[in-house]
Design a protein around this ligand. Structure first.
Ligand code: GCW
Length: 670
């Protein structure tokens, strides 16, 4: 039975084929190592009912858990000489002596958490050994929490950190949150919205920093460093300088002094994240400066303290005239940032949304990946379900990410997942990931209990982008529901969810048919005459935008191979064919059916699949905790309503445009 607050840390009585030792010897002294030892002690208690005791001086002749950092453990034991990266660990089980060694203290903590997961997964037995290291150095979570307690694009209750203009949190709950994140490998967290407005501007003042320092102290033993979102215009909005021009010496000095103050309260702060010149936020463009000028100025202020600037690339004109066809929003990020490759300081990291638009259900991977060779960068994903169902609809996002990670960016034939590694000049390496998180104050953290799988899945995939969505679904389901049939069925349900969601949503990658502002439910022309630059331009005979060389030229931003693939409708992946091409409704797709008939078919099918998911959930009733069953049941019911609305509005819209009936004569409202 699942206690939804505990997520993948369920209490249960497991049987283990080895006799677990009743003593823990820890060979490390720091704060994170101490946390690791406590986690091991509590974790064993949670899974078996008994609590091993901790001893300081190792008795090498005893059966025990021997845990520590490798450099210390090596003095006592011969450990396999696998090379581990920062954050890596090894686990060794020899009868009832169990060794967990970390490359460093975070590595030890990850090793302990992995050991506990493996115990739950039934994999620990005599002779077991494994070693593992994180593939991504940077595994970040972004909160879009506002100081008034609301969460931008949050669907799981209020902020875990703020309320009514001040820090307001339950420190026990924050520690539980840190545990959840660290257990799956997260090592950075930005706590406030990238839209830094109202009271959030005060975050870098003494009064607020004192509080931020206390929050940092809760995350610290879990190996998680804080990041603060800052407003680029702070020198004048906060500091009362006449300007925030990044090349003005008084501005640079103001930031240097401010950085010193910030680091006085949070000595291990990872850095600042900045949304500049984006959707109304201030930035260097106001002063005719480049993004490199802006980012480097901040980077130099943080550099003496080891801080980094995470600079977002979500820069586009959000005041577009829909009449103006000379301009394509999809081209914006590349046009702004590719020319600046190499112009950024070494402690600047660009944060690039995975696609050229904005976390759509299906959109291509941004051409910036594979083309930035001299600039550190990470990929930004979205765990919060802004466009993927608001945590009402079930949508298992590791499937979305798996497709992204498998994209061949064209350079040296490398897929995105093969490009993830520490920065190296001249290579298109992606240093890791950031994602807008889906958590809030709801008791189950994520609104939809099954959306916990998205948080877990994100962390696991950033740890190692080679994990498949299926592996993650299986692992999460067993950790949450226990080994057995229920977990197997829930894993299958997860894996059906994204294909269903995609089918009833905007067809074939055309994007933005959602209700404006809210971004839940259909509104087919909701963005058609707006300023946001996201149009589909459907008329009576065709839909989509020609983004090839003869159209907006977006396809030319890719590698030669990808330009060729995307430019020809015959080779373009059909799940995003309407992102790249304007096609007639009678265009014949690879399955021999017209585009129009495929739109009808996918929408009828998507609804049927949502209906089947609801039925499957009902069939699981007797195996689930009442609270979990019921809260998700009401969501599956609302999802079906949503799928019905999408199906009927989309089908009716295209039927009215074309006057062509469904070849299977299913009901389309005229
Ligand atoms: O898509 C948009 C969201 C905004 C968000 C923005 C961003 C924080 O609708 O809510 O603002 O993306 O990523 O900055």
């Amino acid at each position: 039975m699942l206690n939804e607050y505990d997520c993948w840390f369920q209490k249960r009585q497991i049987t283990v084929p080895v006799k677990l030792p009743d003593v823990i010897y820890s060979c490390a002294s720091g704060e994170i190592a101490a946390q690791a030892a406590r986690e091991l002690q509590n974790g064993i208690k949670r899974l078996t009912g008994f609590s091993p005791v901790m001893h300081v001086n190792p008795d090498l002749n005893r059966n025990a858990f021997f845990i520590g950092v490798i450099s210390c453990m090596e003095n006592y034991f011969h450990l396999p000489a696998d090379r581990l990266a920062a954050g890596g660990f090894l686990i060794n089980v020899k009868e009832d002596r169990i060794y967990i060694a970390g490359q460093d203290e975070p590595g030890l903590l990850y090793g302990v958490f992995r050991f506990l997961s493996l115990l739950s997964l039934g994999q620990i037995k005599d002779g077991f050994e494994t070693s593992d290291s994180p593939v991504s150095p940077l595994r970040m979570i972004n909160h879009w929490d506002n100081f008034d307690g609301t969460v931008e694009r949050g669907y799981a209750g209020g902020s875990l950190f703020f309320k009514d203009g001040v820090f307001d949190y339950d420190s026990g709950r924050v520690a539980d949150y840190a545990r959840l994140l660290a257990s799956a490998g997260i090592n950075r967290i930005s706590i406030n919205n990238v839209n830094v407005r109202a009271k959030a501007k005060l975050l870098i003042t003494e009064e607020y920093l004192r509080e931020a320092g206390k929050l940092a102290a809760i995350f610290r033993p879990f190996g998680i460093k804080l990041i603060l979102s800052v407003n680029f215009s702070s020198p004048w909005s906060l500091g009362k300088l006449p300007t925030a021009d990044p090349l003005d010496p008084s501005v640079a000095l103001w930031w240097k002094e401010r950085a010193a103050l910030v680091y006085k309260y949070i000595p291990d702060l990872a850095g600042f994240i900045v949304k500049a010149d984006s959707e109304g936020e201030p930035g260097p463009f106001q002063y005719n400066r480049t993004h490199a000028d802006g980012a480097n100025m901040l980077a130099r202020a943080l550099e003496p303290f080891g801080g980094e600037v995470i600079w977002r690339c979500f820069v586009y004109n959000c005041q577009q005239d829909w009449r103006d066809r000379s301009f394509d929003r999809a081209c914006a990020a590349y046009n702004h940032f590719k020319p600046l490759d190499g112009a950024f300081d070494k402690n600047v990291i660009l944060q690039i949304k995975f696609g050229p638009y904005d976390f759509q259900v299906r959109e291509p991977v941004s051409p910036l990946f594979g083309s930035l060779l001299k600039t550190r960068h990470v990929m930004e994903l979205q765990i919060t379900q802004e466009y993927t169902g608001h945590q009402i609809d079930l949508c298992f996002l590791p499937q979305v990410w798996e497709d992204i990670l498998n994209f061949n960016a064209g350079r040296q034939g490398r897929r995105i997942k093969d490009m993830v590694s520490p920065f190296s000049e001249g290579e298109a390496n992606i240093e890791g990931f950031a994602a807008v998180v889906n958590t809030g104050k709801d008791n189950n953290w994520t609104g939809h209990t099954l959306a916990q799988a998205n948080l877990y899945g994100y962390a696991r995939m950033t740890w190692n982008p080679a994990f498949t969505a299926k592996e993650i679904a299986d692992e999460w389901s067993v950790l949450s529901f226990g080994e057995g049939e229920t977990a197997r069925r829930i894993s299958k349900l997860l894996l059906k969810s994204y294909p269903a969601y995609e089918k009833y949503n905007a067809p074939f990658g055309v994007c933005f048919m959602v209700t404006p502002g809210l971004h839940y439910g259909p509104n087919i022309e909701g963005y058609e005459y707006s300023r946001w630059g996201t149009y589909h331009r459907a008329d009576n005979s065709a839909i989509g935008i020609d983004r090839t060389a003869s159209g907006t030229g977006y396809t030319e931003q890719y590698s030669k191979e990808n330009t060729a693939i995307f430019s020809d409708p015959k080779t373009c992946p059909e799940n995003m064919i309407l992102f790249f091409h304007r096609l007639r409704y009678d265009y014949v797709m690879r399955n021999g059916k017209t585009l129009l008939q495929n739109i009808y078919d996918t929408h009828f099918e998507g609804y049927e699949e949502a209906a089947a998911m609801l039925e499957e959930w009902k069939n699981l009733k007797e195996y689930l905790e009442k609270e979990v069953y019921e809260s998700a049941l009401s969501r599956f019911e609302r999802q079906l309503e949503n799928a019905r609305e999408w199906r009927d509005q989309i089908n009716t819209y295209f039927f009215r445009k074309t006057g062509i009936a469904d070849e299977k004569s299913r009901k389309i409202y005229s």
